[in-house]
Design a protein around this ligand. Structure first.
Ligand SMILES: [Zn+2]
Length: 385
């Protein structure tokens, strides 16, 4: 006897009773068949339901011919009546995503004639692939229309047309399907062949938000979220924006402008800082004029600052300039520069001696290492002997 699919009779049914018709042990537990079930089996791109059957946890649900096999972690007595409880948060979330996807795919099909060629509900977002490009300005309009469909609270109608009626029904499909075909119709928005479960009305989807659209094969891949996922996502984004507004003392709708100003200020501060550094470096270099080989410790320089200071000193000292910036505890950034000799050998010996790394070209060697100032003084005293 074929199992009664309660999920098709009422997609909002979350608890039911049924009779156990079979229970067979398997590697992962027990496969239980019922005379009726509200557990949706995996199929049509939609994940299966989870939940409880009596005391047993339902770990997986698959359609097997005329039956639906519920993988349970405990055996159930054949002939007994059990109560099934669907993990409703999971199911309702999947229905919100799926129904939202129908509306958007229906709108895209109507406007561009594209087909939905891929659909995946991930842990966080849903991916929907179309076989043609969608311009950015059209996305905004599509999202607005999709949300209008939610506000209109249109009933989602699922039916199987008779073999005679089927040819007259217009619907989206990837390929020609043999009868029976289950049609999911959202009047005014979509008509599609689909075996999944959906919210009863579009209002239950709550909210539809497109997050991104990137080129994918010949078309595009959209990331989107619906329902509670969309609400949770937007709450997180709102909280981020609230924090940014507080940090920049800006009004919430004006954070982008405040960030732009801050970035501009930072860029001009960098230029000002570089100008000061340049003056400072030539003043330091002046002290080393014609002094030969130089070992110099500087504070708080970036690695490019270390190189520029070494450059400035090497230009006037008449020997090799070795510049270090950092601390004995945290290590040093360093640069060796000589105008008329190769410093690769010296640099390699230095990094080898103090667990460092670095490289360069003839006349210049840059890197980092761990040593104390005392050790470095000794190293160069020996090296320049
Ligand atoms: Zn569907």
């Amino acid at each position: 006897m074929e199992v009664r699919k309660l999920y098709y009779e009422d997609s909002l049914l979350r608890e039911f009773t049924a009779t156990v018709v079979a229970c067979n042990p398997c590697e992962k537990g027990y496969y239980v068949n019922l005379d009726a079930t509200a557990f949706y089996p995996e199929g049509g791109g939609q994940a299966c339901d989870l939940g409880k059957l009596g005391d047993a946890n339902v770990l997986d649900v698959q359609e097997t011919g005329e039956q639906i096999a519920h993988l349970c972690d405990k055996p159930l007595a054949v002939g007994s009546t059990v109560t099934g409880i669907i993990d409703w948060e999971r199911r309702f979330d999947l229905m919100q995503q799926h129904a939202g996807e129908h509306i958007l795919s229906g709108l895209v099909h109507k406007k561009f004639g594209y087909h939905n060629v891929g659909f995946h509900v991930g842990k966080e977002v849903m991916e929907v692939d179309f076989d043609g490009p969608i311009p950015a300005n059209a996305l905004e309009e599509l999202e607005a229309q999709a949300n209008r469909a939610v506000w209109e609270n249109v009933p989602i109608h699922c039916f199987v047309p008779s073999p005679e009626a089927l040819p007259k029904v217009e619907y989206r499909t990837k390929k020609a399907l043999p009868w029976p075909v289950r049609i999911v119709e959202i009047p005014g928005y979509d008509s599609c062949a689909c075996c999944g479960v959906h919210t009863a009305t579009t209002g239950q989807i709550g909210l539809i938000k497109i997050l991104s659209c990137v080129k994918f094969h010949q078309g595009v891949r959209l990331e989107m979220v619906c329902g509670k996922r969309a609400y949770d996502y937007l709450c997180r984004i709102f909280d981020q924006n609230r924090q940014i507004a507080q940090l920049l003392s800006a009004k919430m709708p004006e954070t982008a402008e405040a960030v732009r100003k801050t970035a501009q200020q930072l860029a001009s501060e960098k230029i000002r800082c570089a100008t000061f550094e340049k003056k400072l470096f030539s003043a330091i270099a002046e002290n080393y004029k014609n002094q030969g080989n130089i070992l110099h410790f500087a504070e708080d320089l970036t690695s490019s600052g270390v190189r520029e200071l070494a450059d400035a000193i090497a230009a006037v000292c008449g020997g090799t300039a070795a510049v270090f910036s950092g601390t004995d505890e945290l290590g040093y950034a360093m640069c060796l520069i000589c105008k008329d000799a190769d410093v690769k050998e010296l640099g390699t010996a230095l990094t080898k001696a103090f667990n460092g790394r670095g490289g360069g070209k003839p006349g210049s060697f840059q890197g980092s290492l761990s040593a104390t100032r005392q050790q470095l003084h000794k190293f160069f005293a020996d090296a320049y002997k």
